[in-house]
Ligand binder design. Structure first.
Ligand code: 6PG
Length: 478
């Protein structure tokens, strides 16, 4: 027998994805790893799965039916290029190489271009859902050509998470579109996680509740409009007791957040695109601040406010819930702005509603309210900002007073809530009738003759600041 699909890289994500593939009707899976040992381990541990193991790339290629389709699941970076090179050696025109790692989308664009010259299809596919998702059903965001999607689509549909009968996979767009959207997914994941962290911190320090008690609050929230995977696992993490010390696990975990880079990429890319993803940026910065032990130790003695315990505990907690919801809407709104801008910049036809749809299951940011995003874009495909869609306007209208109070309370109590606060500032910036950007323009014109436009007539103007301060119309603008 031959395999209809192959997986290269037998680390956890790769082997889980291979097992997922093998468990679906109609798939036979070829597996390969640089060292055969790992392949043997997978074979030994999963006798139930129908795998065709290969000990060389040649053998791997020979075990695949045409067009050969292989998913690479190796650590993103140089390793990926090496595997792509090896596969292009043994594959033929029409075959399909899929990179299922968290590659930077510009790398994917570059690789797609290079591989296409050989006649082989290259697909960068974002795969979300962690180890369990890979095994049981992830959310998959493939880019690449329409031709590749024809063969790949049914295979990916067979392993993706399913919500309301629909598999959580869609052809996102050409070349790097899939990895771009996966990157934004991760950026939103960062914002969402930080928001949850801020909510926890505010409740804990504001009310003195224990992690176990706060776990119950999150479990309760998970029954309502905030229902999501991240809220659900937050309750699990907060409930966990450390076996060694008997303390809540969250109190013995070192409070320095790590990262693998996708959040940073989201922010860097959005800066280049001119899209304010302030919530995501603050979430990335919050991890950076946490990982500066020397600075934190040196600053520990700096003055803060005197503690002022919350009086209306239930009211405060409900306020935090509403602030979390509203800030989360902003994070998604900003994330989708980045998707729109990326699509425009790179020429991708990305269906926003479809993206929200495939994020409903399998992925880390899966949440009940994603349906509402799909609906918002279905109602108005030209929606300029998610937060202005009727459903989300209602959310912020209901939340805004609490949101403001929570941000003010956080400031008064000296508890950092950077994503709550920056999301509110962004919201108020969008709403503002006039922004102080007019003053910025005046300053720029003053020191650099950078010119400005006027509200009452066309043209570009400059005030002769160092002369008689009269205004002249300027021909070239900078
Ligand atoms: C997913 C996750 C996954 C991974 C990230 C975490 O969608 O399944 O986003 O891609 O867990 O690499 O990123 P950090 O290590 O940067 O937090």
């Amino acid at each position: 027998t031959q395999a209809n699909i192959g997986v290269v890289g037998m680390a956890v994500m790769g082997s889980n994805l291979a097992r997922n593939l093998a468990s679906r009707e109609g798939n036979t899976v070829a597996i390969f790893n640089r060292s055969y040992e790992k392949t043997q381990t997978v074979l030994d541990e999963h006798p139930e799965a129908e795998f065709i193991p290969a000990s060389s790339y040649e053998e791997f290629a020979a075990s695949l039916t045409k067009p050969r389709t292989a998913i690479i699941m190796v650590q993103a970076g140089k390793g990926t290029d090496a595997v792509i090179d090896a596969l292009t050696e043994v594959f033929e025109p029409g075959d399909i190489i899929v990179d299922g790692g968290n590659a930077l989308f510009t790398d994917t664009i570059r690789r797609e271009k290079a591989v296409r010259e050989t006649g082989i299809n290259f697909v960068g596919a974002g795969i979300s859902g962690g180890e369990e998702g890979a095994l049981l059903g992830p959310s998959i965001m493939p880019g690449g050509s329409a031709e590749a999607w024809e063969t790949l689509g049914p295979i990916l549909k067979s392993i993706a998470a399913v919500v309301d009968g629909e598999p959580c996979v869609t052809h996102v767009g050409t070349d790097g579109a899939g990895h771009f959207v996966k990157m934004i997914h991760n950026g939103i994941e960062y914002a969402d996680m930080q928001l949850i962290g801020e909510a926890y911190d505010l409740i804990r320090r504001g009310t003195g509740k224990t992690p176990a008690e706060i776990a119950e609050i999150f479990a309760e929230w998970n029954k309502g409009e905030l229902e999501s995977y991240l809220i659900e696992i937050t309750a699990e993490v907060l409930r966990q007791v450390d076996a060694e010390t008997g303390k809540p696990l969250v109190d013995v975990i070192l409070d320095q957040a790590g990262s693998k880079g996708t959040g940073v990429w989201t922010v860097q890319t959005s800066l280049d695109l001119g899209i304010p993803v302030s919530g995501i940026a603050e979430a990335v910065f919050a991890r950076s601040v946490s990982s500066k032990p020397a600075q934190r130790a040196a600053a520990a003695a700096l003055p803060g406010p005197t503690a002022n315990p919350v009086e209306d505990v239930d009211g405060f907690i409900e306020g935090v819930r509403l602030a979390l919801y509203a800030s989360k809407v902003i994070a998604y709104s900003q994330g989708f702005d980045a998707i729109v801008a990326g699509a425009e910049q790179y020429g991708w036809d990305i269906k926003k509603g479809e993206i929200a749809k495939i994020w409903r299951g399998g992925c880390i940011i899966r949440a009940r309210f994603l349906n509402r995003i799909t609906e918002a874009y279905a109602e108005n495909p030209g929606l300029v900002s998610l937060v202005t869609a009727p459903f989300f306007t209602d959310v912020v209208a209901t939340a805004q007073e609490s949101w403001r109070n929570v941000v003010a309370d956080a400031a008064h109590a000296g508890i950092p809530a950077p994503v709550f606060a920056s999301s509110l500032a962004y919201y108020d910036s969008l709403r503002a009738d006039r922004l102080p950007a007019a003053l910025t323009q005046g300053q720029r014109d003053f020191f650099g003759a950078h010119t400005y436009k006027r509200v009452d007539k066309e043209g570009t103007f400059h005030t002769l600041w160092s002369g008689d301060r009269s205004e002249i119309e300027s021909v070239d603008s900078h």
